[in-house]
Design a protein around this ligand. Structure first.
Ligand code: PA5
Length: 459
C-alpha cells in the first residue's frame, strides 16, 4: 500500500486552495508528542486493537471451528449491528467473488453463503428467514456487550425460527462472539453449552473487524484470517515510526485533521474505484463518525467536534456526487482508493457498424476505462483546487485488505489525538438507547413522553 498526499497542498493545486506546504513541517514537529500520547494510552489499556495482530491461539480456534463444525452448514447468518456487523460484510464483499450468495456450490468452492443482518427492519429479516433453510444454517450472534437491543431481538426471532424446525437441536446451529465474561449472550452460552469466541476486552465494536468478530465469518467463507492479520501487522509496523513522513496512517490522520482545523474541510470522503470496496465505505463511515464526533474533549470541555465521513464509489459517483465535490463548498477532502490489479478484466469489443464516436472505447478494457476515470477525476479535482489523497492498493487480497482495515483503525486512533477526543467511547448514542428501552417498556426506564419529540409543522 502506498499513499500519495501531495494534492493536499496548495503548491500542487491552484496555488490558492489547500494546505500551505510549511504546515507539513509543523505537523511533523508536533507528531512525536502525538505518538507518545498513544504509547502512554496503550500502556494504560487503551488502543487495544493494535494487539489484534498477535492472536495466534484465537486464529487456531477460529480455523479449527471453520474447518470442523463450520463445514456442516451451507449458510452462515451473522446477527449484529454497528461494529459487530459491518466488518463481516466488508470482508465478504472485498474478498469473495461478486454475487457470492447467488453462486452455486462449486463456484463458491463449497464454502457457505453468508448473510449479515445488521438491522431490525422486519422486511429484511422476514425475507432472509424465508430464503434460508434452518436445517442448513449456522447462526453467528455477535455482540460485545451481549445485550444490544437490536441484536438480542434478532436473536430471539431467529432462535424461535430455528426451534420451529429443529426443536431442541436448535442450539447446535449457534455460535456466539461476545465478551469473555459478561452479558446476556455469555450467560445463555454457558447455560446451554453453545460454542463461543471471545472479543478481547480492550477492543471496542468498531475496532473489532480483525478480532473473532470479523475473522470467524471470514474464515467460514474461506478467507484466510492469518493473511488478514499479516497485512494488519504491516500497517502496525509502519505506525511505529516517530517520523510523521514515514508513518502513513499517522500522516493521513494529521492531514485530514489539519484540513478540517485550518480550512474547515470537515467532510472526509472515501472514494474507492472498486465495487468490492463499496461496503468498506460503510465500515469507514461508522469508524470515523462514531470515534471522532464528540461533544467533550479529553479534558471534559465542550468542543462539539468531529469530521463528517462520506462514502462515494467511482465511477458511479462521477455521475452523482462529483458535481458537488468539484463545484460545491471547499469543505471536503477526497481519499481515492485505487486498486492497481483487479482479478478480472473485460475487453470492450469493436462491434461492426457502431457509430465512429464510440471508437475510442473499443480495443480497451473496462479496467482501463475505470483507471482512466479515476486519474481524470483526481486531475480534475486538483485543477479545481480541491484537496485529495490517493491510497494505492496493489490488489484486493486478504493481506492488502487486512492492511487497509488496520491503516484506517490506526488513522482513527491518531485522529483522536489530533482532535483531542476519546475515539473509543460513544456517549452520544446512550440517550437514544434509553428512550428506546422506555418506549419498549423495559423495567427501570421512563416511557417516552408524548411531548419528547417536539411537535413538527405538517403539510
Ligand atoms: O462501535 C461500537 O462500539 C458500536 O457500533 C457497537 O459495535 C454496536 O453498538 C454494537 O454493540 P455490541 O457489539 O455490544 O452489540
Amino acid at each position: 500500500m502506498r499513499m500519495s498526499y501531495g494534492r493536499m497542498f496548495s503548491d500542487r493545486l491552484d496555488g490558492h486552495h489547500g494546505l500551505p506546504r510549511e504546515r507539513l513541517d509543523q505537523l511533523a514537529q508536533r507528531f512525536p508528542e502525538v505518538q507518545s500520547e498513544i504509547r502512554r494510552r496503550r500502556a494504560g489499556g487503551e488502543y487495544g486493537f493494535y494487539d489484534l495482530v498477535d492472536q495466534g491461539s484465537t486464529v487456531t480456534q477460529i480455523t479449527e471451528f471453520a474447518e470442523g463444525l463450520g463445514q456442516a452448514f451451507d449458510h452462515v447468518l451473522v446477527l449484529g449491528i454497528g461494529g459487530s456487523a459491518l466488518g463481516a460484510r466488508t470482508l465478504l464483499e472485498a474478498l469473495r467473488p461478486r454475487g457470492w450468495n447467488e453462486l452455486d456450490d462449486e463456484a463458491r468452492e463449497f464454502y457457505p453463503r453468508l448473510t449479515v443482518l445488521d438491522n431490525v427492519d422486519p422486511d429484511t429479516v422476514a425475507s432472509a428467514l424465508q430464503r434460508i433453510d434452518p436445517r442448513r444454517v449456522l447462526v453467528n450472534v455477535v455482540s460485545k456487550s451481549g445485550g444490544t437491543a437490536e441484536t438480542m431481538a434478532q436473536y430471539l426471532v431467529v432462535r424461535a425460527w430455528l426451534e420451529e424446525t429443529l426443536g431442541d437441536a436448535a442450539y447446535r446451529h449457534l455460535v456466539f462472539t461476545t465478551d469473555a465474561e459478561s452479558g446476556a449472550l455469555r450467560r445463555i452460552a454457558t447455560d446451554e453449552g453453545i460454542p463461543t469466541l471471545a472479543i478481547p476486552a480492550k477492543v471496542g465494536g468498531r475496532f473489532s473487524v480483525l478480532s473473532p468478530v470479523g475473522l470467524l465469518p471470514a474464515a467460514l467463507v474461506g478467507i484466510d484470517p492469518t493473511a488478514l492479520l499479516e497485512g494488519a501487522e504491516r500497517a502496525v509496523k509502519r505506525a511505529e515510526s516517530d517520523d510523521l513522513l514515514s508513518n502513513p496512517s499517522a500522516l493521513y490522520a494529521a492531514l485530514l485533521w489539519a484540513a478540517d482545523h485550518d480550512l474547515g474541510a470537515r467532510i472526509h470522503v472515501v472514494m474507492p474505484y472498486a465495487d468490492r470496496l463499496r461496503w468498506f465505505t460503510e465500515w469507514f463511515r461508522q469508524l470515523w463518525a462514531e470515534s471522532l464526533g464528540k461533544r467533550l474533549d479529553r479534558a471534559g470541555r465542550d468542543v462539539w467536534t468531529g469530521p463528517t465521513p462520506l462514502g462515494a464509489v467511482g465511477a458511479t459517483d462521477q455521475h452523482s456526487q462529483i458535481q458537488l465535490f468539484m463545484e460545491g463548498p471547499f469543505d471536503k477532502v477526497v481519499s481515492f482508493l485505487v486498486v492497481e490489479r483487479s482479478e478480472a478484466d473485460v475487453p470492450i469489443p469493436a462491434l461492426p457498424g457502431i457509430p465512429s464516436e464510440l471508437d475510442y472505447l473499443s480495443g480497451h478494457t473496462l479496467g482501463q476505462l475505470l483507471a482512466a476515470e479515476c486519474r481524470a477525476t483526481q486531475a480534475a479535482l486538483a485543477e479545481a483546487g480541491r484537496m485529495s489523497l490517493a491510497i494505492h492498493l496493489p490488489e484486493l487480497s486478504p493481506v492488502v485488505v487486512g492492511e487497509l482495515l488496520m491503516f484506517y483503525q490506526l488513522a482513527t486512533g491518531y485522529a483522536g489525538v489530533w482532535y483531542g477526543v476519546n475515539p473509543f467511547d460513544q456517549p452520544g448514542v446512550e440517550l437514544g438507547k434509553k428512550l428506546t428501552f422506555g418506549a419498549m417498556g423495559r423495567a427501570g426506564y421512563e416511557p417516552v413522553r408524548d411531548d419528547a419529540i417536539p411537535p413538527g409543522d405538517e403539510v
